[in-house]
Design a protein around this ligand. Sequence first.
Ligand code: ATP
Length: 245
Amino acid sequence: MSTDPQSSSTATRDTVLSVSDVNVSYGKVQALRDVSLSVGEGEVTSVIGPNGAGKSTLANAISGFKSFDGVIEYRGSSVHGRPPESIVESGLIHCTESRNLFGFMTVDDNLELGSYQRGDVAERKSLVYELFPRLDERRNQRANTMSGGEQQMLAIARALMSDPDLLILDEPTLGLAPIILEDISDGIDAIQSEGVTVLLCEQNVTFAMDHADEIHLLENGEIVRSGSPAMLRDDDYIRESYLGG
Ligand code: ATP
């Protein structure tokens, strides 16, 4: 089904990720249609959209979990046909919607074992605990006894253990109470302050607007709006459909 396009080397020095005319189908269901976007160095780029819009499919195509037609380049090289582990090795880390924690293991063990290790483990761990003091307090707590928000934080922290260059966060706010969102928010700010480039897939439009430099609205597999948060806040369709008028 998929073609294997050559790397077109269209990425500029400031572009970490470039997605061009990407199509993905599950049988007869076309989940992504001609999706194009780019992610700039050190920026938070967000893909927003309702349930089933195709956000996770896009994240999975980028990180090697779903085959696609079109071109996806990370740091100027095509990811087409590369296995997920090779993509991870090059610094593109995907924190999935399902979190995938080891429930019966402690916070500390999840951090050590759950990530694909790049760089110095002890150094990374102390940085991660510094960024997430709530996890530091719970080093020896089993992951499955933590709150939803704490588990999400652990999933993000574990992704940070791999010293990401580009971090894909798929729905980090899913199912979390508004008060917990502040912690996740602080986490994303901390990640950005470390210079990590972020692709944030989010259904929570307000949350995405508070963090993103650039936003793309995905509906039924197609990007229907793109722009800065300020531009999209002024867009009548976005205001009426996603921001409560
Ligand atoms: P959500 O926020 O609910 O996770 P999403 O924006 O991440 O939604 P996707 O999970 O990417 O959306 O789904 C996009 C479309 O692809 C949907 O119509 C979904 O039903 C379909 N889809 C996703 N995964 C599969 C699969 N494994 N098999 C068949 N169809 C799938």
